[in-house]
Design a protein around this ligand. Structure first.
Ligand SMILES: Cc1ncc(C[n+]2csc(CCOP(=O)(O)OP(=O)(O)O)c2C)c(N)n1
Ligand SMILES: [Mg+2]
Length: 341
C-alpha cells in the first residue's frame, strides 16, 4: 500500500466525537453496503441478476462517515464505483437496487442503470462514468448554493486515477478561487483500473499536490471510522461556514478487480490478502465490541435486519418490469424548477 508523507489524522481514541447512536448508524450503513454488494455479486455470479458492477469492497467507511455530517439537501456527486456513496447518502435501497437492475421502480425508472444513478430527492445529484467528470459538476452545484445564499455543501467522490485528469485540476483551481462550499473526496484505493498508484504518478501525497491550489487538504485513513468521522466533520464544517473548499485524500484499498468478472493478476497478492485481513467493515465491528463495549447481540440484530431488507430489495427489483420502449424519449430533460432547493 502506498504510504503518504502526510500524517493521517485520527487515532481511534476516545476524543473522536462519535456518540454511540452515530457509531451504530455508521455500522448499519457499512453493513448495508457490504450486504448489498455480497448479494449483487451472488446474483451476478449465478446469472440471477445482470448489470455492470464495480466493487466498493474496502471503501465502505468513507461515505458512511462523511454522510453523518451531511443533510438531505446537501449535494453529492459520485462515480460508477459509487453504490456505497448512494446508500450512505440515503437513496432508498429498493429504488437503488431496482435502478441498478434497470427496472421501472428504480430512481430513474431503470433508464439510468448502475453507471448513471441519481436521486435529487436524496441529494445524490450525478453519477458519472467519465473519470474526473464529476468535479466540475460539483463545483457548479456548490456555486449555485453560494449564489442562492444557502449553506448547502457539495461532496464529490472520485478515484485516485481521476487526479491525473485535466478537468479535476480546472475544477479544484476554480473552487479555491471562488471559495465555493465543496469537499473533494478522493477515494485513493491505490489503483486506476489496472495501474498501481506508484506507476502513474511521482506524487507521494495527493493532499500535498492539491494544497497547491490554495485550499485546505488532508490525508486521512479512509478505513478508520473515527479518523474519517473527525476529518469529515472538519471539512464539511469548514465548507458550510463559507471558508471554501477542502480536499480529503482518503487512503483505502480496492479489495478486488476493477469490475465484476475482472481478474487481479496485476495486484500484489500479499498486499491484497493483507488488506483483506484488515478490511474496514470487520475492523470497525471489532472496534465497536473491543473499544466501545457494544454488545455482540446489538450488532447481530442490525446485521439480521439489514440482510432481510437487502433480500427484500432484490426480490422487489426482480419482480419489477423493465421500462417500456415508449419511455425511451421521456424524462430526457428536467427544468431548473424541478430541482430541490
Ligand atoms: C475520461 C476517461 N478516461 C478513461 C476512462 C476509462 N477508465 C474507466 S475507470 C478508469 C480508472 C479510474 O481510476 P480511479 O479514478 O482511481 O477510480 P477507481 O476505478 O479506482 O474507483 C479509467 C481510466 C474513463 N472512463 N473516462
Ligand atoms: Mg482508484
Amino acid at each position: 500500500m502506498t504510504v503518504s508523507t502526510t500524517q493521517p489524522v485520527g487515532s481511534g481514541g476516545s476524543n473522536d466525537g462519535l456518540t454511540d447512536d452515530a457509531a451504530l448508524r455508521i455500522f448499519r450503513t457499512v453493513t448495508t453496503i457490504r450486504s448489498t454488494e455480497d448479494r449483487i455479486i451472488r446474483g451476478l455470479s449465478s446469472g440471477e441478476l445482470r448489470m455492470t458492477y464495480y466493487t466498493v469492497r474496502g471503501q465502505e467507511v468513507i461515505p458512511a462517515a462523511i454522510c453523518e455530517h451531511l443533510r438531505r439537501d446537501d449535494y453529492m456527486v459520485t462515480t460508477y464505483r459509487g453504490m456505497h456513496d448512494c446508500i450512505a447518502k440515503g437513496i432508498p435501497l429498493d429504488e437503488l437496487v431496482a435502478e441498478m437492475c434497470g427496472k421501472v421502480t428504480g430512481t430513474s425508472k431503470g433508464k439510468g442503470g448502475p453507471m448513471h444513478l441519481s436521486d435529487p430527492q436524496s441529494g445524490l445529484m450525478v453519477t458519472t462514468g467519465v473519470v474526473g467528470g464529476g468535479l466540475p459538476i460539483a463545483v457548479g452545484l456548490a456555486l449555485s448554493s453560494k449564489l442562492r445564499g444557502t449553506d448547502q455543501v457539495t461532496v464529490v467522490n472520485f478515484g485516485d486515477g481521476a487526479t491525473s485528469i485535466g478537468a479535476t485540476h480546472e475544477a479544484c483551481n476554480l473552487a479555491a478561487l471562488w471559495e465555493v462550499p465543496v469537499v473533494f473526496v478522493c477515494q485513493n484505493n491505490q489503483y486506476g483500473e489496472h495501474t498501481k498508484f506508484a506507476d502513474y504518478t511521482r506524487s507521494p501525497s495527493l493532499a500535498e499536490r492539491f494544497r497547491g491550489y490554495g485550499m485546505e487538504a488532508r490525508t486521512v485513513d479512509g478505513n478508520s471510522v473515527p479518523a474519517m468521522h473527525e476529518a469529515a466533520a472538519e471539512a464539511i464544517g469548514r465548507a458550510r461556514s463559507g471558508s471554501g473548499p477542502v480536499f480529503l485524500e482518503c487512503l483505502t484499498y480496492r479489495l478486488g478487480g476493477h469490475s465484476f468478472g475482472a481478474t487481479t493478476e496485476y495486484m500484489d497478492p500479499d498486499e491484497l490478502s493483507q488488506a483483506e485481513a484488515n478490511e474496514p467493515v470487520g475492523r470497525y465491528r471489532r472496534w465497536l465490541v473491543d473499544q466501545r463495549g457494544i454488545g455482540e447481540d446489538v450488532l447481530a440484530d442490525i446485521e439480521a435486519a439489514v440482510l432481510s431488507s437487502v433480500e427484500a430489495a432484490v426480490e422487489a427489483a426482480k419482480a419489477s418490469p423493465p421500462p417500456a420502449p415508449e419511455e425511451l424519449l421521456t424524462d430526457v430533460f428536467s427544468s431548473v424548477e424541478a430541482l430541490p432547493r
